[in-house]
Design a protein around this ligand. Structure first.
Ligand SMILES: NC(=O)C1=CN([C@@H]2O[C@H](COP(=O)(O)OP(=O)(O)OC[C@H]3O[C@@H](n4cnc5c(N)ncnc54)[C@H](OP(=O)(O)O)[C@@H]3O)[C@@H](O)[C@H]2O)C=CC1
Ligand SMILES: CC(=O)[C@@H](O)[C@H](O)COP(=O)(O)O
Ligand SMILES: [Mn+2]
Length: 392
């Protein structure tokens, strides 16, 4: 029986992780949960999975959760805020911590899990993008395992099993193309949040779905892959694959190419991160290529989607630039979802923020957190004081 704790249990990754725990009760026990605002769902999860400790966004939510669980005998310890998330990550008795918090808010809880010697099933890509320079050395120092959950990185990790040292040449990350892949370029200026939230293949949280629509998600995944697999940026390529059936590919030094295929369903990468190095049998619908019919691939359009180029630029530059790109993107997406900026303003805000940033070349955790705060404030400044339209 593997004990797992789950950060971000009320989100898309969180609920699918709990679906797996429910499907394999003899394999997994859930000992810790965190949620931010959704106390209705967290209360249901507590009743069903009986964790020992949970953490919620603030004191008011703690009171709401207590009210919702007033008739429940096996009440967990209920902690509050960022320190509460870190305590769940570090102290819930668990072999592996699933990181399903969205955004750089996951960075400190992830570090707390590493410091406590927990293996990570990592979905929260923003943590590696912003904090890879401090996260990776700590992972190595503590000797914990870093198991990718993001579908492309899980695919690469699966393809890499059995590949000898120095056998890998490069990797190819596949991208669906996002919500606007079939839109003419001139329509993008009118794209609304509701339009951007219609992902063609995956059902996910709002932030990552907007990132898919801007292709920023793929840019973040390039930086995530750099840290996860220790690759130079020249070894990481992006290919548009509208069907999302080939989840990514690796090319070996002898030019052999290995790919991992499956339906677009996050349960498989989550299960693999939890079962690795084993494979658990599932009753899930097997992939049928005759139903899929056609698999197509094409070059990404960097003029239309500048986020990918920005990601390569900050990844190569290093320092605090990736943390700034990530934080500026989180803020720009939040502003877009509130209808305060337009779809095409988002990459402009990122570029203007990067141009204004003075990096620290070998960043400490404090440098990264400070850069994150600065970038969010700078984007808000651009939007509130100047109006995003001046960026055009
Ligand atoms: N969804 C997917 O299929 C995939 C997601 N990922 C990555 O996984 C992560 C989670 O994505 P997803 O599940 O879609 O996101 P969701 O928005 O669906 O869920 C986010 C979770 O984080 C919690 N949360 C939100 N803000 C905070 C905060 N400030 N502090 C602590 N917890 C917070 C939410 O709590 P509450 O709801 O209670 O407010 C919720 O539990 C992201 O980094 C994403 O990029 C990667 C690959 C695929
Ligand atoms: C499911 C998953 O891993 C997402 O990151 C997905 O890749 C998003 O789809 P895009 O390919 O559109 O970015
Ligand atoms: Mn992905």
């Amino acid at each position: 029986m593997k004990q797992i704790s789950l950060l971000g249990s009320t989100g898309s990754i969180g609920t699918q992780t709990l679906d797996i725990a429910a499907e394999y009760p003899e394999r997994f026990a859930v000992t810790g949960l965190t949620a931010h605002a959704n106390m209705e769902l967290l209360a249901e999860q507590v009743r069903r999975f009986r964790p020992q400790v949970v953490a919620v966004g603030d004191e008011q939510r703690r009171r709401e959760l207590l009210t919702r669980l007033s008739d429940f005998a096996a009440l967990p310890e209920i902690l509050v805020g960022e320190s509460g998330y870190c305590t769940v990550a570090a102290q819930a008795p668990a072999e592996v911590v699933v990181t399903g918090i969205v955004g750089c808010a996951g960075l400190l809880p992830t570090l707390a899990a590493i410091d406590a010697g927990r293996d990570l099933a990592l979905a929260n890509k923003e943590t590696l993008v912003a904090g890879g320079a401090v996260v990776m050395p700590r992972i190595q120092a503590k000797g914990v395992k870093l198991l990718p959950v993001d579908s492309e990185h899980s695919a690469i990790f699966q393809c890499l099993q059995g590949v000898p040292e120095r056998g890998l040449g490069r990797i190819v990350l596949t991208a669906s193309g996002g919500a606007f892949r079939d839109w003419p370029a001139e329509r993008l200026a009118q794209a609304t949040p509701a339009d951007a939230l219609k992902h063609p293949n995956w059902v996910m949280g709002a932030k990552i779905t907007v990132d898919s629509a801007t292709l920023m998600n793929k840019g973040l995944e390039v930086i995530e892959a750099h840290w996860l697999f220790g690759l130079d940026y020249d070894q990481i390529q992006i290919v548009i694959h509208p069907q999302s059936i080939v989840h990514s590919l690796i090319e070996l030094v002898d030019t052999s190419v290995i790919a991992q295929l499956g339906w677009p369903d996050m349960r498989l990468p989550i299960l693999y991160a939890l079962s690795w190095p084993e494979r658990f049998a599932t009753p899930w619908r097997p992939l049928d290529l005759t139903q899929v019919g056609t698999l197509t691939f094409k070059e990404p359009d960097h003029e239309r989607y500048p986020g990918m180029r920005l990601a390569y630029r900050v990844g190569r530059a290093g320092g605090t630039y990736p943390a700034v790109l990530n934080a500026a993107n989180e803020e720009a997406v939040a502003q877009f979802l509130q209808d305060k900026v337009r779809f095409l303003d988002m990459p402009r805000l990122l570029e203007a923020t990067l141009d204004a940033h003075e990096t620290t070349s070998v960043p400490t955790l404090d440098d990264i957190l400070a850069a994150d705060r600065w970038a969010r404030q700078y984007v808000r400044f651009l939007v509130d004081r100047l109006g995003a339209s001046v960026l055009i």
